[in-house]
Design a protein around this ligand. Sequence first.
Ligand code: HEC
Ligand code: HEC
Length: 289
Amino acid sequence: MTDTVREKDEHSGVETTGHEWDGIRELDNPLPRWWLWVFYACIAFSIGYWVLMPSWPGVSGYTRGLLGQSDRAAVGKALSDLATVRGAGAAKLKTASLAQIESDPELQAYALQVGASIFGDNCATCHGAGGGGSKGYANLRDDVWLWGGTLEDIQQTLTYGIRSGDDQARMSQMPAFGRDGLLQPAQVADMTEYVVALSGRKAAAAAVTRATPVFAEQCVSCHGPAGKGMQSVGAPDLTDSDWLFGSDRASISSQIHNGRGGVMPAWGNRFSPETIKALAVYVHANSGQ
Ligand code: HEC
Ligand code: HEC
């Protein structure tokens, strides 16, 4: 930098700053007016902000501002408001019967909200996000029930679980007909055809004839004479198109061979009775009833 003399630039007519680098000189254009105004407005705004809002840190605190704004206080108030609303709802849930909850729109809405949130955290892992279920995990969104779909049935299922080990759990065990040698492999194959025929699909007629007396002897005690199932033992309807373990021959044959029974934990020792009620109302409503 050698030259510090301010002079007029011959091309633009603007004065230079007097700085020059390797022959390149800097023009001293004024700041654009709009930019200046925005800059001044920012200064004015920040002064207003310092005065009104908490801003400058001090040694033992900060300037609180004339408005007394405090995010911490706002969160505290929101939480205590929520507790008041929830408290009222929770107290009502405690005393209301399941039917009363469903017939009181406000209370029902509250129960559905609680139910949905508990369901998302605890049930969706097995039953899927919307309760749609998957192989071995009951679909809770339809009106097909293994153990019963009234509010009371659902409450009972939830409280004690299914094959959960609880004394009052929903209990039943389909025998492992193939694995335990109750039926020979050929009989399991025949029985598979029988179940396929039960659900209204094409099956090998001779196999169905051979399996008919065996079904009457081995299966009707749980699945009923027509194969329509029995909720008291959680035995599914074999005549519908709704399958817990799969509709194809391999799945059916595997169930006859292994006699699997799904396990659901008991929730009565984890949730309060009010929460179980809210869940029952939620599951009931979610199934479209
Ligand atoms: C560890 C997996 C698991 C979790 C978690 C779970 N379930 Fe289940 N649930 C099952 C299985 C498996 C079945 C089917 C049991 C059977 O085959 O009889 C079932 C069945 C049910 C049934 C009976 C359905 C019918 O058709 O009768 C209801 C109602 C139910 N679950 C609701 C819930 C709710 C509500 C929660 C959350 C609090 C929950 N489940 C959490 C595994 C689970
Ligand atoms: C002691 C009662 C019991 C007996 C006897 C029984 N079942 Fe089952 N069966 C069940 C139960 C309970 C389930 C459902 C298991 C579950 O929920 O996890 C089931 C499920 C099934 C399924 C699966 C249905 C689906 O939706 O995926 C088939 C197929 C089946 N049984 C066929 C038979 C046949 C065939 C026999 C006779 C050879 C038989 N069962 C005897 C209780 C029984």
